[in-house]
Ligand binder design. Structure first.
Ligand code: PEP
Length: 254
């Protein structure tokens, strides 16, 4: 039985002090616990320390995730963050392969694969994103496009504990647009992702890997996605920036 997960991607929002206030608000909203749902908050890199302190001081029921990582251990990589720096600050998850990084920063599947390996070597759980553009969807090639991303992104990964690798299917046309995929759209692709994982890792591991939906997910529509057998939760952008709405999504998943 897979544990549901709701993960918040703050993207490039919230200064350090705003991030602390948002994390405190979320700790308050979730003070009664999150039941069987794993909750992850992924602030900008400069906010990580502040949110880590809130989690510790308030005993908050959510984990800390980063939004990006570099695969080298250390050295002359100006502007980058090493996996060890993330573990040292208390991050246990890290988003990789977000469509904004693939698009604006030209990240390739090969780089995303290297990031996954580096994170896993340091005990950080990747939340590895995939998803098609509107053009690919309209051409009816979305399933084959995403399956190809999954094969490349997972190449050579050794997954023994399925809880240590998370996938987020985020159709690009539904991110930040208010235009959501239907629950059936999500299940079609997420089901194909799970079938691909079964071919690569075998049934037992594939059945344990959480696959989230992302793209304008909000309190009003989360329940619909969760009715689908392969959808294990959501990666949430906009709606994670308000403690009440993010907490409402967690509660709707419990
Ligand atoms: C995201 O960027 O990961 C995302 C899902 O954003 P939004 O919820 O705002 O569409």
């Amino acid at each position: 039985m897979r544990k549901r997960m709701i993960a918040g991607n703050w993207k490039m929002n919230e200064t350090y002090s705003e991030g602390v206030v948002l994390a405190q608000g979320l700790a308050k909203e979730l003070a009664d616990g999150t039941g069987d749902v794993d909750v992850v908050v992924c602030p900008p890199a400069v906010d990580l320390k502040g949110v880590a302190e809130v989690i510790e001081h308030e005993d908050a029921p959510f984990a800390l995730g980063a939004q990006n990582v570099y695969w080298e251990e250390k050295g002359a990589y100006t502007g980058e963050t090493a996996p060890d720096m993330l573990t040292n600050i208390g991050a246990t998850y890290c988003i990789i392969g977000h469509s904004e990084r693939r698009g604006y920063f030209h990240e390739t599947d090969e780089e995303i694969n290297k990031k996954a390996k580096a994170l896993m070597a340091h005990g950080i759980v990747p939340i590895s994103c995939c998803g098609e553009s509107l053009e690919v969807r309209e051409a009816g090639k979305h399933v084959e496009f995403v399956v190809d991303q999954i094969k490349k992104d997972t190449e050579g990964l050794e997954i023994t504990d399925p809880a240590k690798y998370v996938i987020a299917y985020e159709p690009i046309w539904a991110i930040g647009t208010g235009k959501t995929a239907t629950a059936d759209d999500a299940q079609e692709v997420i089901g194909a992702i799970r079938a691909t994982l079964k071919e690569i890792f075998g049934d037992e591991v594939a059945d344990g890997i959480r696959i989230l939906y992302g793209g304008s997910a909000k309190p009003e529509n989360i329940a619909g996605f969760l009715t689908k057998e392969d959808v294990d939760g959501a990666l949430v952008g906009g709606a994670s920036l308000k403690a009440e709405s993010f907490a409402a999504m967690v509660k709707a998943s419990m």
